[in-house]
Design a protein around this ligand. Structure first.
Ligand code: SF4
Length: 432
């Protein structure tokens, strides 16, 4: 039996798809590309913007049209926000809410075995049967890096964000389970662990916080490194930057800024000021010179003035971001920002997004050029049709100019910068 996955959205969704694919493989299934023929298509959706909704709908319709005899399974945040729309879409075999995503493989098998009603249903099981952390530790299918889910949900309720509604309130996975999973992964040969969740900075397992988990993980022996997935800049302890002095911690964070205007940050109900953010970055770079920061930025939030937008543009340079994901503010019903009066015209949002993208690319090129002649320790991740490539410790994509083995660390002298499939990448020569 063949299963094909398509995944949208955040690292957490990527982790969950990967864990589900591994479960299918362990049960004797074959995973194939989404455009290939399969008995089951799983679409792990996202709803963070209108564009994500549109993409989710298009992906769901693809197998429905091209492979109507297959079983189409829809899961992820779009199932939470748009249940009514999904109910109108004929042909979907199974809708699995986030809370029960970990049960998806058994639900598919039960469905195919005729143990579930043919016309399936939205809430397939009582919510209490799901466990958002219960994914077995199995070999990774899509990446050599292994994400460990440590947290889910969020209590911050930023005014633009629908995630607390679709992922639920914050929950933290017990420390012992995280340590156990990490030990198994390192023992199985994984060389990069990535701690992931919706808001990992608010991790709290009976008073043990993110820094406690990190400190305990760093005691695990072996040649491996630790990365954090995206992080909110609030709620971190004063000495958080000290953690990065450990050689296993990579010198990179994806720290969500969203806007450099304090008025906009307040309207977004973010829990920090631009100065707080800047100070955190300064502390990190004080401890680890050359520390790389990537970020998320929103343009066109209700009421954002030209001057406030310019402050965000300026932050790209001032904070020396090595990359930024730029989002046009997208109205989500049931959020406070959707009810704000001074919505920005789409044409203005599009123009601001274009300008910011350009600035991000300029900055990125300058930062990458500055790496030429220096070294990166690259974990070989995958082989495209061309040469091997992977990620350096600063989260820079590096393409090697010679052979390499997957999942191997290679210290590489950076020889140049080029475009590959529309993306800027570094080229490197191994130092042997
Ligand atoms: S911190 Fe804010 S933006 Fe991030 S998931 Fe929570 S509510 Fe959404």
């Amino acid at each position: 039996m063949r299963v094909a996955f398509q995944t949208l959205g955040c690292r957490l969704n990527q982790f969950e798809s990967e864990a589900l694919a591994a479960q299918f493989l362990a049960k004797g299934w074959e995973t194939v590309e989404f455009h290939e023929e399969a008995e089951v298509y799983v679409i792990n959706t996202c709803t963070v913007t209108n564009k994500s909704d549109r993409k989710s709908r298009n992906l769901i319709r693809y197998p429905l049209r091209r492979h109507p005899e297959s079983l189409v399974v829809v899961t992820g945040c779009y199932t939470e926000s748009s249940r009514k729309d999904l109910e109108k879409e004929p042909g979907i075999g199974l809708v699995v809410p986030n809370q029960q995503k970990n049960l998806l493989v058994s639900l598919v098998e039960a469905h195919l075995g005729g143990e579930l009603p043919k016309e399936l249903p939205r809430d397939v099981l009582p919510v209490s049967l799901g466990n958002v952390f219960d994914y077995p530790v199995l070999p990774r299918v899509f990446h050599t890096r292994a994400s460990i889910k440590i947290q889910d949900g969020c209590d911050n309720f930023c005014s633009f964000c629908i995630i607390p509604q679709v992922r639920g309130r914050a929950q933290s996975r017990p420390v012992v389970e995280i340590l156990d999973e990490a030990a198994q992964l390192v023992k199985s040969g994984i060389k990069e662990l990535v701690l992931t969740g919706v808001n990992i900075g608010r991790y709290d397992d009976e008073g043990r916080h993110l820094d406690d988990v990190i400190r305990q993980l760093l005691d695990l022996p072996g040649d491996w490194r630790l990365r954090l997935s995206s992080l909110e800049p609030d709620g971190l302890p004063e000495n958080f930057a000290d953690l990065f002095l450990h050689p296993k911690m990579v010198p990179h964070l994806h720290l969500c800024l969203q806007s450099a205007s304090n008025r906009v940050l307040l309207a977004m109900r973010r829990q920090y000021t631009y100065e707080d953010y800047r100070n955190l970055v300064a502390r990190l770079r004080d401890k680890v010179p050359g520390f790389h920061i990537t970020t998320d930025l929103i343009v066109g939030f209700p009421g954002e003035t030209e001057e406030e937008f310019q402050q965000t543009c300026q932050s790209i340079h001032d904070l020396s971001f090595s990359h930024a994901h730029v989002f046009k503010y997208s109205r989500r019903s049931e959020t406070r920002a959707d009810r704000m009066g001074d919505q920005i015209l789409e044409a203005i949002k599009a123009e601001r997004s274009r300008i910011l993208h350009e600035k991000v690319e300029e900055q990125k090129l300058a930062i990458m050029n500055a790496w030429v002649g220096k070294t990166q320790r690259v974990l070989i991740e995958k082989f495209t049709s061309g040469p091997p490539c992977g990620w350096g410790e600063h989260y820079l994509p590096v393409v090697l100019e010679s052979d390499a083995v997957r999942n191997e660390f290679i210290t590489t002298r950076i020889s140049g910068v080029k475009h590959l499939d529309g993306e800027l990448v570094l080229t490197g020569v191994p130092l042997r």
